[in-house]
Design a protein around this ligand. Structure first.
Ligand code: ACO
Length: 321
C-alpha cells in the first residue's frame, strides 16, 4: 500500500505590509473594528512587479529545497489560485517552464477559491497513492489585492497576498490518512467574483469580490463542524488524536469555534491571520510552513487541515506529519 506524505514546505510573502492603521486612511474603518471582528492586524501586499506566478515560484523553490529534491523530480504541478497569471496557459504551466522541466502534468485549480488548496492537495494525494507519480508540487498563490474594491470596507480589510507550497512524496507509511472534498452550488451567491467573459461590464465591477460575510460566517461554522466529524470518523479517530488544526485563515472567530469543536487550545492551532489576513488558497500552506519552520509542528504529529470558500466548496485532510 502506498501513501503520500508531506516532505517539504515553503512560502513567500511580499515585503510591503499594510496595517489596519494604514487602512483607516483609505476607507471608513478602524483598527479596533478589524481586530475585534476578524483578528487581522496587518496583511502583505504584492509589489507591482509581483504576480501569483512569481510568488508561487519562490514558495516552490523553498519547498523543493526543504524536501531535498530538484525540479526534475516533480511528477505533477498543481497551483490553486483565484488570481492566475493568465486565463491560459495555466500558472502551473508557466511555472513548469520557469523551473525548466517539461512533460509532467501541470494545471491550475481556480474555481474553489479559499478551498482551492484542499482540492489541489487531495488530487495530488490520489495520484501518489495510485502510484502514477512520486512527487507532487502543490501550491496556493494569490494576489488578492488585485481583486478587491478598495472603496468597499466590508471586503478590502480582510485579504492579503502570498504563496505557500507543499511537496507531497510517495511513502510506505501514512502520511496523508484521508482527504474529504465537498461543494454546494446553492450557496453560489454568498461569495463570488464575476467575470467580464459572462457579459459586458466594467472591469472594476467584474474584478471585485462580492461577499455576504455574515451568511458565510454561519455556513462556515456549520459546514466545518460536520467536516471534522466526517474526517475523524473515516479514520476511526477521536478529536483527542488531533495534535494540530491548520485552518483556512478567514476569521479568528471561526477558527476559535473550530478549535473549541476539537477541544484544542489555541496554542495548538496554526494561525497566520493576524499578520497575513486571508490569503485565500495560500493561507493553509502558509500557516503550515510557518508552524513547521518555527518548530511548533513536529514529526509524527497528527494535523487536521481544512479550507472553505466560494462555491461553496470545502475540504479537509488528516495528516501524519
Ligand atoms: N470597518 C468598520 N465597520 C464595518 C466594516 C469595516 N471594515 N465592515 C463592515 N462594517 C460595519 C457594517 O457596515 C455593519 O454596520 P451596521 O451595523 O451599521 O450596518 C457592522 O459593521 C456589522 O457588519 P457585519 O457584516 O454584521 O459584521 P460581522 O461581525 O459579520 O463581520 C465579517 C463581518 C468580518 C466579514 C464576518 O462576517 C466574516 O468574517 N465572515 C466570514 C468571511 C469568510 O469566511 N470569508 C472566507 C471566504 S473568502 C474566499 O473564499 C475568497
Amino acid at each position: 500500500m502506498k501513501y503520500s506524505k508531506i516532505i517539504g514546505t515553503g512560502s513567500y510573502l511580499p515585503e510591503k505590509v499594510l496595517t489596519n492603521f494604514d487602512l483607516e486612511k483609505i476607507v471608513d474603518t478602524s483598527n479596533d473594528w478589524i481586530v475585534d471582528r476578524t483578528g487581522i492586524h496587518q496583511r502583505h501586499i504584492a509589489a507591482e512587479y509581483e504576480t501569483s506566478l512569481s510568488m508561487a515560484e519562490k514558495a516552490a523553490r523553498r519547498a523543493m529545497a526543504d524536501a531535498g529534491i530538484t525540479p526534475a523530480d516533480i511528477g505533477m504541478i498543481i497551483i490553486a489560485t483565484t488570481t492566475p497569471e493568465k486565463i491560459f496557459p495555466s500558472t502551473a504551466c508557466l511555472l513548469q517552464q520557469q523551473l525548466g522541466i517539461g512533460g509532467c502534468p501541470a494545471f491550475d485549480l481556480n474555481s474553489s477559491a479559499c478551498a482551492g488548496f484542499m482540492y489541489a492537495f487531495s488530487i495530488a494525494d490520489q495520484y501518489i497513492r495510485h502510484g502514477s507519480i512520486k512527487y507532487a508540487l502543490v501550491i496556493g498563490s494569490e494576489v488578492m489585492s488585485r481583486i478587491l474594491d478598495w472603496t468597499d470596507r466590508t471586503t478590502c480589510v480582510l485579504f492579503g497576498d502570498g504563496a505557500g507550497a507543499v511537496i507531497l512524496g510517495q511513502s510506505n507509511e501514512p502520511g496523508v490518512f484521508s482527504t474529504h472534498l465537498h461543494a454546494d452550488g446553492t450557496h453560489k451567491d454568498v461569495l463570488y467574483l464575476d467575470s467580464i467573459l459572462r457579459k459586458p461590464m466594467a472591469v472594476e465591477e467584474a474584478l471585485s469580490i462580492k461577499m455576504s460575510g455574515n451568511q458565510l460566517f454561519k455556513l462556515a461554522v456549520n459546514i466545518l463542524g460536520d467536516l471534522f466529524d466526517e474526517t475523524l470518523a473515516a479514520n476511526s479517530l477521536n478529536k483527542s488524536d488531533v495534535d494540530w488544526l491548520v485552518p483556512h485563515q478567514a476569521n479568528i472567530r471561526i477558527i476559535q469555534a473550530m478549535a473549541k469543536k476539537l477541544d484544542l487550545p489555541m496554542e495548538r492551532v496554526a494561525i497566520t491571520l493576524e499578520e497575513q489576513g486571508n490569503t485565500s488558497s495560500a493561507s493553509i500552506p502558509l500557516a503550515l510552513d510557518k508552524a513547521i519552520r518555527d518548530g511548533r509542528i513536529k514529526k509524527g504529529e497528527t494535523l487536521l487541515l481544512e479550507g472553505f470558500g466560494g462555491g461553496l466548496a470545502w475540504g479537509s485532510a488528516l495528516v501524519n506529519y
